[in-house]
Design a protein around this ligand. Sequence first.
Ligand SMILES: Cc1cc2nc3c(=O)[nH]c(=O)nc-3n(C[C@H](O)[C@H](O)[C@H](O)COP(=O)(O)OP(=O)(O)OC[C@H]3O[C@@H](n4cnc5c(N)ncnc54)[C@H](O)[C@@H]3O)c2cc1C
Ligand code: SF4
Ligand code: SF4
Length: 370
Amino acid sequence: MQIFGSNELIEDVHKRELCIGCGACVDLCPYFKNFKGKTSQLFPCTLEQGRCYAYCPKAEVDLNELTRKTRGVDYDGSPLGSYRAVLAARARNNMPKVDVQGGGTVTALMTFAMRSGLIDAAVLTDRQSLTPVARLVTDWENIGNYATSKFMAAPTISALNLAVREGYRRIGVVGTPCQMTAVAQMRSNPFGKEEHSVPVSLTIGLFCNWSLDTRLLTDHLSKKLDLAGIRKMDIPPPPANTMVLETDNGRVEVALSDIKPLIPHTCFICMDLTSEFADLALGMFEGKPGWNTMIVRSDTGAQIVDQARKEGFIETADFPAANLKHLSKAAADKKDRSLRTLLRRELINNENGRRAAVRIPPEVIKNILK
Ligand SMILES: Cc1cc2nc3c(=O)[nH]c(=O)nc-3n(C[C@H](O)[C@H](O)[C@H](O)COP(=O)(O)OP(=O)(O)OC[C@H]3O[C@@H](n4cnc5c(N)ncnc54)[C@H](O)[C@@H]3O)c2cc1C
Ligand code: SF4
Ligand code: SF4
């Protein structure tokens, strides 16, 4: 893994417009802050190597090295990454009733994980008006307050930096694939220093095809509605082609063609649809409202699913083969599309001194491109 400092982070990530504002570099030091979805450096720093660069999911990410560290296998570019099982899942009776996005599996699993002592803190995402906000939650009763999807890129991982600073030792994190990549890099302790240890016990990743730029979306929607009155947002599966906002004054639909120009460019170089570095990955179950698709990737993930099922927090069912084929195709398409953009923009496996956003073995590139 190549590690540089904050000057290179600005050159490689901010100036190339690759920053997704994940929050991994925020509040590590006094210099990087996030305001309304944008991460900025307040003052220059002269360190030649920093955790800001090492943790960033958009700078010199060596997917083979990271997959070996996380899963013990090579990165092979397969559409869904390495996994043990794909299931249908939803929250069950023992889970307190809260408003959730799909089946509520994420909230049920995080609540169960904290109630049972697997985690002592949860890193979640809240929303103030349209601005997504990182939250550190330490009471299981409060986890449900931060359910539902905020479809804007969020600085969630800054709350993990806060949790580490506050001394939590068994942290659970929910986040998008880019955030899960950052967390995997943090857990790998790139500098090998005891004081840099990031004690994460559970990661629940979300599926994500793209997110929206908070500032652009705020400008766009503030012309149409009162942002403070938004209660919930949803992007129903095709053929809906809309974003649906539930507001104090009723339901508002916005055409996807109007909001797609608000997707940050960096989402178009992102090859991960299904949070390949998480213990568990959750998405919607297309065609079965009230259920989630759940990918079980690790021992930790399998154990928590098993226990939560036994304790009546979630239920699971078989995931139909036709849906799995559809999901794999969507994931393969995202990899293919993004890899082509990475190649076109010369952001992958660069030699000759130009630093890369992503590194993967050349033979894997051939496997991904159809
Ligand atoms: C930007 C974005 C894009 C998505 N795209 C897809 C997609 O293309 N296909 C698909 O199947 N699913 C997608 N999802 C996931 C989906 O919307 C649900 O989050 C997922 O199915 C889990 O449902 P649930 O009912 O278990 O979630 P809930 O129990 O309601 O919990 C949702 C969790 O997500 C966290 N969260 C909310 N917003 C964010 C955010 N911006 N960043 C990080 N964490 C957040 C909350 O803290 C909460 O813990 C996306 C989610 C996001 C945030
Ligand atoms: S770590 Fe996240 S917030 Fe920081 S520069 Fe990288 S993408 Fe942006
Ligand atoms: S598409 Fe990728 S970079 Fe964009 S928000 Fe989703 S996971 Fe992050």
